[in-house]
Design a protein around this ligand. Structure first.
Ligand SMILES: [Zn+2]
Length: 311
């Protein structure tokens, strides 16, 4: 297995729940795979955060909205309008609950304006069990699954596309491998030359790096299903709106505590846990870590502006 050379990271744009407070913004994250950008949720002020952290927002190819609570999408129309004003022509894919399309359309229609770029709107339909593929491009595959919140809410599994095998130039040089032969070897195909000799792909290439996966689970009660779906992922984002002292409030509002997020991460045997969607009642987040780390040591807070490399 060769090391990862390609980029796979998540930048935190907003980490609070419900309302901006304690210097924290409502939920949004930017996924970067080889400089292809994807936005996950779009709380109010997301475009300000993209500006603040120097993100080239025209690079965003697709936006994934988990559910219809405002702290996860109130920033969308503002962002769309700015993309338009900045001259975007490239289509934008939006994956969201059905209700969002009419809301966006109403806001655009009321201003009499028209966007210069097409939006391709896709209604999210999570299966009762497991996950289904909703998106594929050259870099990313995204799957959707069901969470349990007051209103329908989706989780997402974001994976790199399966990569080609890694070519070993020193071995190739010793056999005079030609440039045009390399793509076949990288795809795992053997090459037979005109003189009858065969180059085995396995002699000149290494296994591709393991496909990395990021699971995004916001606004949900802790679920067995999440443990199954996020099993073995490199990085799990799980909401931790509350601490255990607020467990009753957490249940009533269909959220999770930092301890419950850690239990999910431990049971799913993930490499790293990011917690977020913090209630405005917590000025400091130290206790979230104190509650999570004894159960799952590799827990990090989703601090805004921080970029987490997934390896
Ligand atoms: Zn919610």
């Amino acid at each position: 297995m060769t090391a990862h050379k390609s980029k796979f990271s998540v930048t935190i744009l907003g980490s609070n729940s419900a309302l901006p407070a304690n210097g924290r913004n409502p939920t949004s994250q930017l996924l970067n795979i080889n400089n292809h950008y994807y936005l996950i949720d779009c709380g109010e002020g997301t475009q300000m955060q993209l500006r603040k952290y120097g993100v080239k927002m025209q690079r965003i190819k697709a936006i994934f909205i988990s559910h219809m609570h405002g702290d996860h999408y109130f920033g969308l129309v503002g962002l769309l309008n700015s993309l338009h004003l900045l001259g975007r022509k490239m289509p934008l894919e939006i994956y969201a609950p059905e209700a969002l399309e009419a809301i966006v359309q109403l806001q655009l229609d009321a201003s009499g304006g028209r966007l210069q770029f097409p939006i391709q709107f896709h209604v999210l339909n999570a299966p009762d069990q497991g996950s289904t593929v909703i998106y594929n491009d050259s870099e990313l595959q995204a799957k959707v699954f069901r969470l349990k919140h007051r209103i329908p809410c989706c989780g997402f599994l974001f994976s790199e596309q399966i990569k080609e095998r890694t070519y070993l130039p020193e071995k190739g040089a010793s056999y005079n491998v030609k440039i045009e032969e390399i793509p076949y070897l990288k795809r795992g195909e053997d090459v037979t030359r005109e003189d009858g000799t065969t180059l085995l792909s396995s002699d000149f290439t290494d296994d591709p790096p393991k496909v990395r996966t990021y699971a995004y689970c916001t606004d949900t009660l802790p679920l067995k299903r999440t443990v199954e779906i996020a099993q073995g992922v490199e990085c799990l984002y799980h909401e931790a709106t509350f601490l255990e002292t607020e467990i009753e409030r957490s249940k009533q509002t269909f959220h999770s505590t930092a301890k419950q997020a850690a239990q999910i991460a431990r049971d799913a045997k993930v490499d790293q846990l990011l917690i977020g969607h913090f209630s405005a009642r917590y000025a400091s987040l130290d206790q979230h870590l104190e509650e999570s780390r004894p159960i799952f040591a590799n827990t990090e807070l989703t601090v805004e502006g921080k970029e987490f490399e997934i390896n």
